[in-house]
Ligand binder design. Structure first.
Ligand code: PMP
Length: 369
C-alpha cells in the first residue's frame, strides 16, 4: 500500500498520516465500464444546446456563487423552492461538505456498508467517527431495525438508494423511521435515482422531515460526469448550512451553463435512461444464466441502478483478464468487506454489453474446465 513520504508524515495533521497518495495508475481500455458513467451519446440536440450555452458564457467574470439560474430550473422540475437546493462541484463536493458541517471530531456518521467508499473517506478527513450496521451478507438488505436503533445516537446517517455497489433501493418507510430516530441529519444519496422504478425517490418525504437531505447528480442519468455537477435538496435551513460552508466559486461558469442546458433538455434523456434500464435487465439475465451453471456457482444481484454486482469465482483474475485480453474495464470489489469475489459492471451500450457477455462467457467457461 502506498504511503506518504516520511517528511510529509511528520508534517500533515496526525489523523492524516496514513492517508494513501492518489494512485494515478489507470489503464485506458476500449470499453470502460468501471465508473458507473453513462456511456451513451447525449440525446439528439442536447450537445448542440450545451455547446451554444458554453459559447455564450463570458469567462472573465466570477460565477454566480449559488448557481441561482440552475437552482431555479432544478427547483421547478422537482417541485420545490430555490431555497431548498444547493449545487456543488459534483455530488462528491456535497458529500464532503455535509461531513464538514455535520461531522467532525467526537461526532459520528452511521452508514450501512457495503456502500460508496467516499462516505468513510470524507468522514475520516474531518475526523468523524464512523459507525455502521452492515447489510445482510447474502441478500445485502439493510438491517433496518438495527440502523434505526443506532441512528438515535448518530449526528449524520447516510443511506444510498439505489445503493452503490449492491444496486438495491432503500425502503422509504425505513428512511422515515431514520429521520424520526436521528437527532441529526439523514442523507439519502440518490445519485442513481433516475434509473430506479418510479415512486422510489425520497423527495416527497421532504415535506414531513426537516432533517432529510437528498443528494442527486448529473454524472449518471444526464451523462455529464465530466462537467462535475451535483445538488442536494433539503429544508431551507439545512441548505443555508451547505451554502455557508462551501467554497464560494466551486461551480464554475461553464459547469453552470452546461448543467442548465442539460436540465432544461431533461425530457430528451428519458429514452436513454429507459434503454439503460432494459439493457440492465438483459445483462442481468445473461450473466445470471452464465454464472448459475458453474461448478462453483456465481451470482448477479438485481439492480435499480445503471450497474450490476456479480459474484464470479476468481473475480480479481477475471477482471485482470477482461482488461488485458479484451480491453474491457470493470471494477473489482473483492477486497471490500462483504464483497469477496465481486465485480461491479456498469451497464453500457448494447454493443458494449454484448462484448462483456461474450468475454465473460469465454473466461468463465475456461476457468470452469
Ligand atoms: N454517490 C454515489 C453513490 C456515487 O456512486 C457517486 C459517484 N460514483 C457519487 C455520489 C458522486 O458522483 P459525482 O461526484 O460524480 O456527482
Amino acid at each position: 500500500m502506498a504511503q506518504l513520504s516520511p517528511t510529509m508524515r511528520a508534517l500533515v495533521q496526525p489523523h492524516l498520516v496514513d492517508i494513501e497518495p492518489y494512485d494515478p495508475n489507470f489503464t485506458p481500455t476500449r470499453i470502460n465500464l468501471s465508473a458507473n458513467e453513462n456511456t451513451y451519446p447525449l440525446p439528439d440536440g442536447v450537445r448542440a444546446a450545451i455547446d451554444a450555452a458554453l459559447a455564450a458564457t463570458p469567462l472573465n467574470r466570477y460565477p454566480d456563487p449559488l448557481s441561482n439560474e440552475l437552482r431555479d430550473e432544478l427547483a421547478s422540475w422537482l417541485g420545490v423552492e430555490r431555497a431548498q437546493v444547493c449545487v456543488g462541484n459534483g455530488g462528491d463536493e456535497l458529500l464532503f461538505n455535509i461531513m464538514l458541517a455535520f461531522g467532525g471530531r467526537g461526532r459520528t456518521l452511521l452508514t450501512c456498508p457495503p456502500d460508496f467508499s467516499e462516505y468513510a473517506f470524507f468522514a475520516s478527513l474531518v475526523e468523524t467517527g464512523a459507525t455502521s450496521v452492515p447489510r445482510d451478507p447474502v441478500t445485502f438488505a439493510p438491517q433496518v431495525d438495527e440502523l434505526v436503533q443506532a441512528a438515535a445516537t448518530a449526528n449524520l446517517v447516510i443511506v444510498t438508494s439505489p445503493n452503490n455497489p449492491t444496486g438495491d433501493l432503500f425502503p422509504l418507510d425505513a428512511v422515515e423511521r431514520l429521520c424520526a430516530a436521528c437527532p441529526g441529519i439523514v442523507l439519502v444519496d440518490e445519485a442513481y435515482g433516475e434509473f430506479a422504478r418510479e415512486g422510489s425517490s425520497a423527495l416527497p418525504l421532504l415535506a414531513r422531515h426537516s432533517n432529510l437531505v437528498i443528494l442527486k447528480t448529473l454524472s449518471k442519468a444526464f451523462g455529464s460526469a465530466g462537467i462535475r455537477c451535483g445538488y442536494v435538496v433539503a429544508a431551507p435551513e439545512v441548505i443555508e448550512v451547505f451554502s455557508a460552508v462551501r467554497q464560494i466559486y466551486s461551480v464554475n461558469v461553464l459547469t453552470q451553463a452546461a448543467a442548465l442546458a442539460a436540465v432544461r433538455a431533461r425530457a430528451a434523456y428519458k429514452p436513454v435512461v429507459e434503454q439503460i434500464c432494459s439493457e440492465r435487465e438483459r445483462l442481468h439475465a445473461a450473466l445470471s444464466e452464465l454464472l448459475v451453471g458453474l461448478p462453483q456457482p456465481g451470482r448477479v444481484w438485481p439492480s435499480q441502478g445503471n450497474f450490476l454486482l456479480a459474484r464470479i469465482p476468481q473475480a480479481s483474475r477475471v477482471r485482470e483478464r477482461l482488461r488485458d485480453e479484451y480491453s474491457i474495464l470493470v471494477r473489482d470489489f473483492s477486497y471490500a468487506p462483504g464483497l469477496a469475489d465481486c465485480l461491479r459492471i456498469t451497464v453500457g451500450t448494447p454493443t458494449e454489453n454484448d462484448a462483456v457477455i461474450a468475454a465473460l462467457t469465454e473466461l468463465v467457461k475456461e476457468q470452469a474446465s
